[in-house]
Design a protein around this ligand. Structure first.
Ligand SMILES: Nc1ncnc2c1ncn2[C@@H]1O[C@H](COP(=O)(O)OP(=O)(O)OP(=O)(O)O)[C@@H](O)[C@H]1O
Ligand SMILES: [Mg+2]
Length: 358
């Protein structure tokens, strides 16, 4: 439904390209997120798909139409692309009512009056603002204003929706609620969505697939589970969640030697340069912990902080290295006393040495 092929974008006067050979394809109805740190080129890529930037090279297809082709000088203007957009600054017009705001794109397109009325009603109903049509847009909360912006995108009935950090102006609680609403809405309507965020949890919860970007490139791509459970790069492992990374000093079959101790992996990983584990995958035991060995490292509990859902432990290993562990909230831990950490083989993620991109 959306296809980018080897897309490059260098802004006028810039010394370096902001988008460096991005290739990405979205199936109809798929929800794909561009995730990455600030300045990595997410918005630039999205704006290229929208036709708001002129890429330097590559090809962009939306549905059956080629909307950009660097080689043939094709650049279809934004309004002629089958897309709708929602941005971070939702830019609703304060002097208009809710219904006027949502009707605006249709007025511009000279849609007949009756059709405008039914389509606006439908869009407002979908975002739960059916009763607010006559309200002035300024008399709405932040969350309601963002819903107006979403309704204004829905009313176009395009096949593709482009969203750039649409929830980042909302407070944490509302953001979580709108996140689920937004996904449900997009799935119900059957839109193909390209979504931009730098928020890992948001990307994990919303997406069918995540494309992780760094310095203008897509460095990893996959389902949320795959990216979280089987990252291929150190950048991927550490960007997508908390991670403990151990450097590998030697490999012998399934056994790897790290600076902190021996680890037995679930499969052989001949080129492993690091082994990564998530804090929630480490099991900490104080009473009857048994003896240390491969995948069982001893240390000292520095602190245990209770946060309701879990306890955040800090454990110091013999080398002085500190390791973060997430433990169940109900286990009793005694700080300053010995602890054994179990690192289960099936949760250890070996990573090869990297040549480029952090
Ligand atoms: N209009 C512009 N002119 C020149 N350089 C730009 C322009 N817009 C963005 N850039 C540069 O291009 C790079 C990518 O920017 P972009 O806005 O795509 O990043 P981003 O991933 O969306 O970041 P953020 O999470 O902060 O929104 C940055 O180095 C930025 O400074
Ligand atoms: Mg951006």
């Amino acid at each position: 439904m959306i296809e980018c092929k080897d897309l490059w974008l260098t802004y006028p006067g810039a010394s370096q390209p902001s988008v460096c050979g991005v290739s990405l394809a979205l199936a109809p109805g798929e929800f794909v997120t561009l995730l990455g740190p600030s300045g990595c080129g997410k918005t630039s890529t999205l704006r290229s798909v929208a036709g708001l930037e002129a890429p330097s090279a590559g090809l962009i297809r939306i549905g059956d139409s080629v909307v950009f082709d660097g080689a043939r000088g094709v650049q279809v203007p934004t309004h002629a692309r089958d897309i709708s957009m929602v941005f971070q600054s939702y830019a609703i017009w304060p002097h208009m009512s809710v219904q006027q705001n949502v009707a605006f794109p249709l007025e511009v397109a000279r849609t007949p009056r009756d059709e405008i009325r039914t389509r606006v009603e439908e869009a407002l109903r979908m975002v739960g603002l059916g009763a607010f049509a006559e309200r002035s847009a300024t008399q709405l909360s932040g969350g309601q204003q963002q819903r107006v912006a979403i309704a204004r995108a829905l009313v176009r009935r395009s096949s593709v929706m482009l969203l750039d950090e649409p929830l980042s102006n909302l407070d944490a609680k509302l953001r979580e609620q709108m996140r689920l609403e937004l996904r449900e809405l997009i799935k119900t309507v059957g839109l193909t969505a390209l979504y931009v965020t730098h928020d890992q949890e948001e990307a994990l919860m919303l997406s069918d697939r995540i494309a992780l970007m760094s310095a203008g490139r897509i460095v990893e791509e996959g389902s949320p589970q795959t990216l979280y459970m089987q990252p291929r790069t150190r950048f991927g492992a550490t960007f997508l969640g908390a991670a403990e990374v151990f450097d590998v000093a030697g490999v012998n079959g399934r056994e790897v030697r790290t600076s902190e101790g021996a680890l037995e992996l679930k499969e052989e990983a001949p080129g492993a340069a690091h082994v990564v584990i998530r804090p929630e995958a480490i099991v900490a035991t104080q009473q009857g912990a048994g003896s240390p060995g491969a995948n069982r490292w001893s240390g000292r509990l520095v602190s245990a902080i209770f946060s309701g859902r879990q306890q955040q432990l800090v454990v110091e290993l013999a080398s002085g290295r500190r390791v973060n562990v997430l433990a169940p909230p109900t286990t009793a831990f005694r700080p300053e006393e010995p602890v054994v950490l179990e690192l289960p083989a099936e949760r250890l993620m070996p990573l090869a040495a990297e040549t480029s991109s952090s």
